[in-house]
Structures are given as C-alpha cells and as structure tokens.
Ligand binder design. Sequence first.
Ligand code: AMO
Length: 442
Amino acid sequence: MIKDLAAREDGPVRVSGWVERVRDQRYVQFVVLRDESGAVQLVNGGVLREPDPENPRSDVLVPRTRTISELTHGTFITVEGELQHNERVKLGGVEIQIEQLEVVTRALPDNPIATDSGIDARLDWRFLDLRRPEQQLVFRVQTTFLHALRQVWVERGFIEIQTPKLMASASESRAELFEVEYFEGRAFLAQSPQFFKQMAQAAGFGGIFEVGPAFRADPSFTSRHATEFTSIDTELSWIDSHEDVMELHEELIVAGLSAVKEKHGDELQRLFGVEVEVPSRPFPRIPLAEAKEIVKAEGYEVPRADADMDPEGERRIAAHAKKKYGSDFVFLTDYDASIRPFYHMRDAENPQLTKSYDLIYRGTEISTGAQREHRIDMLEAQAVEKGMDPKELDFYLDFFRYGVPPHGGFGMGLNRVLMLMLQQSSIREVTYLFRGPNRLLP
Ligand code: AMO
C-alpha cells in the first residue's frame, strides 16, 4: 500500500491505484497515484516524444510517454519502479521512478463530478464521490464507532440478533409504513425491530443488540430523514426503570466517541476541522414539561398542538444544556403518553407520563428509549387506547402471556449520530447510499 512506502528502503516496488493528476513536462512526466491509504508521486524521467535511432530503449520509452500523457483522471494503473526517498518531494518524501506501467482499467475522460459539485450530483456518482479521502474517513469513523459499541455489549454478555425486515404488521405506527406485495398477500417493511427485540426478552436472552436497516415511508426532505436508515437497537431485561436504559446509553456513547477520538481525532481535525468531544457522565436529564418551560422563559413557545417538542425547541434546549452543563448531549424525559407508542410503560404516580426519553445530540434527536410495559392487561389496554387492533398484534401480545421480565431499550439512528459528530449538514453526507422520497439510485 502507498502508506507503507515511506518506511521502506530505496529499491524496486510495485504499486497500484487511481491516477489523480498528470503533469506532463518537456523532459519529465509526473503522475500522482492514489490508493485508499494515501498518494505518491510517480516519475517518468527518460521522456522521449519521438523515436531516437541512437537510443535502443526508445521503442519502449516513446509509447510509455504517450500512455502517460493520455492517462485520464481516475484510471486505475499498476506500476513497477524504483522507490527513491527525496526530501524535496512534498508528497510523503518519496517518489517512484517508473519502469513499467500497465493500464488496468481506463476512466472515461469526462469526470462527471468535481469537488464543488452539489450533493445531488455527488450522490448520482457516489462511487466517485467516495474516493475522496474525507469521505472514506466517514466510514472508517463509523466502523470504529460501531466496533466500540459492540465491545461494550459483548463485555456485558449481550447477544447480537438479526430480526426480519419483512413483517405482517406495522412495528411503530400505521403512518410511514411501506407496504410490499408478498406472493398472494402483502407485507410491510420493518420500521424498527421493536417487537422482535422485546421478543428476545420473553425468550430469556437478557441483553440483546442489533445494527440493521429500518424503513420509514416518510415523505419529508429534511436533512435528518431518510426512507431507509441504519438503526442501532438494544434491549435489556432486569431493569428498574428507564434510568437503567439511559445509563447503558451513556456508556455506549462515551465508548464510541472515545474510540473515534483516539483513533481518528487528528485526521478529523485535519480533513473536517472537527474536534471530537467525549461527553462526561451523567448527561443532563430534563423532563419534557420543564424543557418547554425553559425554552419559553428564553423566548420560544413551542408551536405544537400536541405535547411534543419541535426541532427548534430541541435546538434551544440543547443550547441551554450546553451553556448550563457544558454538554453536547441532553436526555429529555417523561414524555406525555399521548405522544408515545402504546408499548411505553406509564409512570406509576402520574399515568399521563411515560417512563421514556429522547436523547438530543447537538440539538437534534438521535434516539428514543423507554421502559416497556410488560404486564399484559396494561399493554392490551394501552394498545386499544391507541386505536390499535389487538388481533393484529396477537403474535406480539403472546410474548407477554408466558412470563416476561421487566425490560427496556432504545433505538438510535446511526446516520444522525455521524452527521452530528462530524458536523455535516445532512445525513446524505454520511450515509453510504442515501434513500429518500426522490432517490432509489444508485
Ligand atoms: P424512533 O421512531 O424515535 O423510535 O426512532 C429511533 C431513532 O431512529 C432514527 N430515525 C431516523 N433516522 C433517519 N431517518 C428517519 N426517517 C428516521 N426515523 C427515525 C432517529 C430516531 O431517534 N422503536 C423505537 C426505539 C425504541 O424505543 O427502542 C423507535 O423506532 O435517530
């Protein structure tokens, strides 16, 4: 790999990669070659543009000169040559004198995107867009983040599960549901692994986690909505309240951000100008009603008919938490039952409230979590209250008819976490292949 060249002694080497630039001078040609590890300068010194009867090698050198002149940006080549350390070479202090050059696959000359192309053009040509080192860094960061989360789960003895994405019923609400033909009948794409992660609690798995796709037929074009996104889900038994879920949540976030900071902190600073900040625990917790009072006192009345917060309110309460507690993260807790799903447990003292929370990161919701209602009578009543058909939910309600421990969990949008961590303007920038109402390609 190109990154390993600097540590090697001068001598013969073989490298492959994409042509980034060609500088074609009268007596010398330079090529900047890039692979996923870095870039290096190749040099063709013995440039001959016309056959030279005095030079027995000219039959080799003339065609090579022509080949190099014609190399288009993005062409993939393999080169054998002499590695030479040279302090004057800005690119890594080494260069390679070309001895043999093979064009493996040629790139068309009309590069369809430039670095200043708009997001839609870049998404049309995502494989070219992803060749940029900063774009690859996004996915290295994602890998490190998820690995750190997995380490926490595995150390705690959690089991990784894969739940089906084809379902017979809705998993969240009837809104935002994709319906697909399924042989003679119909199926729905899973909006969340909610029911199946709870099933693992009835099955006696204890802690479980899943990182997988979730689908929402959400027609909105905001910077934080996709029709398919990656959901980080976990569920655990033996909890006393949603407080236990929040503690696990904090532990995972701190582990993930610490790993990213340690491994990629310098590169993120260099390529994105971004400082990764590891939050200290506990994250502030503010009951939703209090949060609304706080933003109201600071001049913003949440303009919603229901009891929920809106995105502007979330931004403002996050700014408040940053100022007062120095935290990029804030838990909003005790959501009103009217705006929460039927499976959230109600507060024993005030049944109008749920034992649930949202986690806000730099002003945007990244997660919803809760203790679940595990008592079948209450659960059934809550489903009916929400206008759901208990018959359609029978497979799920059965989980609660044969003994189930108290449990809870959360779902967190991976793409939102990355967008906020890397301070990007949209989840489109940090999703491998974005899916939205207008985008099914590539
Ligand atoms: P919720 O519906 O709040 O909760 O989703 C959890 C998290 O998933 C992310 N998310 C999205 N990301 C991108 N595009 C979307 N359209 C989108 N919708 C949701 C957000 C959100 O906070 N079953 C519960 C979780 C639980 O209680 O365990 C659920 O799905 O980051």
